[in-house]
Design a protein around this ligand. Structure first.
Ligand code: HSE
Length: 313
């Protein structure tokens, strides 16, 4: 069965989880992006409209993550028609919330739904990665949790190399996004091309300890090991406005730890209760309020669901 119109949602994601650069990520429940795909007679994907992006995102098909993902999904499906896309942005671009991945994933899921879901979810991964690659190269740490939900470990680029990790029952998150764009390409350009062997050994140990903490459901240990990134955060910290101050405010308000979300500038605090996450969100936002910088803050949690089809008609 196929439809004339399908809409899909893909959530914001927190990539890296501190120490797990380009391999670990998690999906949150809200916010996220919605993409509506409508059949068109011409082959390929084209943009009908982009809403709520402040005119910042490219309308040109081959530069737009949703369009590239949709084109790739059409090819994988062997679709008999093309699509128009309407992209409804819920996530700000260059914010560290996996905005480009959310649009790519929502587009691939919407296209698949339009043609009656011929592909299982895992088979859409290459299309989502093709879309994300337009923005920042091939790394699945945003795309995988946006597509599959939960906390994911990526050991490669194929769906059998995406591993779901346990989500601790007591894990709550507080996110704060200052109104300050940090393009991912810029945040990757400041990273060291080579790292000393000693740093590699420590980073490896910390990722292993973090994964062990997840399996034990130990949120305090999880926060501790997430923050033991000795490679990426030190190189990027200067790009994140008020990182130290927000970390301190989050700690004082009860957070167990705080890391940069993806390439930033969103910061993600780890908490053990919903109430604590709410207090931490308020405290983090107050730091930006204090210097006259607009910021959005919210308490949230890991969503096991990932992307979902919203409607078909
Ligand atoms: N792992 C990526 C980075 C996530 O930190 O650059 C951003 O897309």
């Amino acid at each position: 069965m196929s439809f004339i119109k399908a809409a899909a949602f893909a959530p914001a994601t927190v990539a890296n989880l501190g120490v797990g650069f380009d391999v670990l990520g998690l999906a949150v429940g809200e916010p996220g992006d919605v993409v509506i795909a409508e059949r068109r007679d011409l082959p390929g994907a084209a943009i009908r409209a982009i809403e709520n992006d402040g005119g910042k995102l490219p309308l040109e098909a081959k530069k737009n993550t949703a369009c590239v993902a949709a084109e790739s999904a059409l090819r994988l499906i062997g679709a008999p028609a093309g699509v128009w896309l309407t992209i409804q942005k819920g996530l700000p671009a260059a914010s560290g919330l996996g905005s480009s991945a959310a649009s790519a994933v929502a587009a691939a899921v919407a296209v698949n739904a339009l043609f009656g879901e011929p592909l299982p979810r895992g088979d859409l991964l290459p299309a989502c990665l093709d879309g994300e690659a337009v923005a920042s190269g091939y790394h699945p740490d945003n795309v995988a949790p946006a597509l599959f939900g939960g906390i994911t470990l990526a050991t490669g680029l194929t769906s059998n190399q995406i591993h779901q990790l346990p989500v601790p029952e007591k894990l709550h998150l507080a996110l704060v996004t200052p109104d300050h764009a940090v393009p991912t390409a810029e945040a990757r350009a400041v990273l060291p091309p080579l790292i000393p062997l000693k740093a590699m050994v420590t980073q490896t140990a910390m990722i292993a300890a973090l994964i062990d903490a997840l399996h034990r459901g130990d949120v305090a240990a999880m926060a501790h090991f997430m923050m033991r990134d000795g490679v990426v955060e030190p190189a990027r910290a200067h790009l994140m406005p008020k990182l130290d101050e927000v970390r301190e405010a989050a700690r004082e308000a009860g957070a167990l730890g705080l890391v940069i979300s993806g390439a930033g500038p969103t910061l993600c605090a780890i908490c053990e209760t919903q109430r604590s996450a709410q207090l931490v969100a308020v405290a983090m936002k107050a730091v930006y309020d204090g210097v006259g910088m607009a910021a959005m803050a919210y308490a949230t949690h890991v969503s096991e669901e990932g992307a979902r089809v919203l409607s078909t008609e």
